[in-house]
Design a protein around this ligand. Structure first.
Ligand code: SF4
Length: 341
């Protein structure tokens, strides 16, 4: 068992079951939260403790960084990480004025099939464990020699399709004996799995929620995002209203501008009408071109027009700053290119 999957309390229980002192669990947990997995570097932890854990099949292992690209423009670092069984995902480190943020993957591949996305092109390989999600953060901190202050679960995969691991991961990140990261500094994105959105609002009311919207009619959204056939727009927006009523937290709608698909005046008018009066914020994203897909990014001017018009309707909006534009920027592309080598 990789102990990255455990909260400090679970590690205490495990160590006590093995006849080890519970306070040793807190020491080990702390070292691991600093990215230290080599027992020889865990100062203050006797070798017998780590030996006993190892003999009982309990160990600490981080994903391996098999490839890393650093943007010369803005210092964004994109890593291809390999898990113990060889599956690979992407993790991205980004610098912002407010701190360092990491975008992690929740699954290797994705079964949601959004047509503009590189991550889902080959379907779902498997879901990640909580420890593999946590491990991406520790491994990228080691790789960049930086500490992170914010986490977004917005990389490869649909996090709500891996809800149990996601929940365990959030509790590990928030554990006061380890990273102790505020739930408010974590954002989880979903393509719109309504039952999980309802559950998430009850389980994690302080974690930020982002919804990948990308279209304003059921016909157009179903064509871009098959999940819309099961959970259509009207029901999705009702679920978001239930969520904001319960949590009083602003939801972010992600709207990727795709030229000729969702970026004309009519789309803008419908988008404003759909979201008017909601406790929300819109993040306008210029599409990252994916090799082998015909979709083109919306024009920069369009993004600014969308932002201004939405704000006139009282809907706060921003245009996402393009980070890492000189590296394999589209999510899933680095993993795909490694598969093709
Ligand atoms: S956009 Fe997100 S939900 Fe859709 S296929 Fe890509 S990874 Fe999956």
């Amino acid at each position: 068992m990789n102990l990255l999957n455990l909260t400090s309390e679970e590690l205490r229980t495990e160590m006590s079951r093995l006849g080890l002192e519970k306070y040793r669990a807190d020491q080990v947990f702390k070292w691991v939260s600093k990215g230290v997995t080599d027992p020889g570097r865990m100062g203050g932890v006797p070798a017998r403790v780590m030996d006993a854990l190892r003999e009982n099949g309990v160990y600490a292992a981080l994903p391996k960084v098999v490839r890393s690209q650093t943007s010369e423009h803005d210092g964004t670092v994109k890593c291809l990480m390999e898990m113990e069984d060889g599956v690979r995902v992407e993790t991205v480190f980004m610098k912002y004025k407010y701190g360092n943020s990491v975008c992690i993957s929740s699954q290797a591949g994705c079964r949601m099939g959004c047509v503009f996305c590189a991550s889902g092109m080959n379907g779902l390989e498997r879901s990640l464990t909580a420890g593999e999600m946590y491990g991406q953060i520790l491994a990228i901190e080691n790789e960049t020699n930086e500490k992170i202050s914010h986490v977004v679960v917005m990389g490869i995969g649909e996090p709500m399709d891996n809800y149990e691991s996601l929940s365990a991961f959030l509790n590990i990140m928030n554990d006061p004996k380890g990273k102790n990261l505020s739930m408010r500094n974590i954002t989880v994105s979903t393509s719109g799995l309504i039952p999980k959105i309802d559950r998430f609002g009850s389980d994690f009311p302080q974690v930020n929620l982002a919804i990948s919207l990308h279209a304003v009619t059921d016909e157009e959204r179903s064509a871009l995002m098959p999940v819309n056939k099961a959970y259509p727009l009207k029901d999705l927006l009702e679920a978001v209203r239930r969520y904001t009523d319960k949590t009083h937290r602003r939801v972010t709608f992600e709207y990727t501008l795709i030229r000729g698909v969702n970026d004309d005046d009519e789309h803008l008018r419908k988008l404003a009408a759909l979201l008017k009066g909601m406790l929300c914020h819109v993040n306008l994203i210029p599409l990252n071109k994916v090799r082998g897909k015909e979709y083109e990014p919306g024009r920069e001017r369009t993004a600014q027009e969308f932002r201004e018009e939405l704000e006139k309707h009282g809907i706060p909006a921003t245009v996402r700053r393009e980070l890492g534009s000189d590296i394999d920027a589209a999510c899933g592309q680095l993993r795909l290119s490694s598969d093709n080598k």
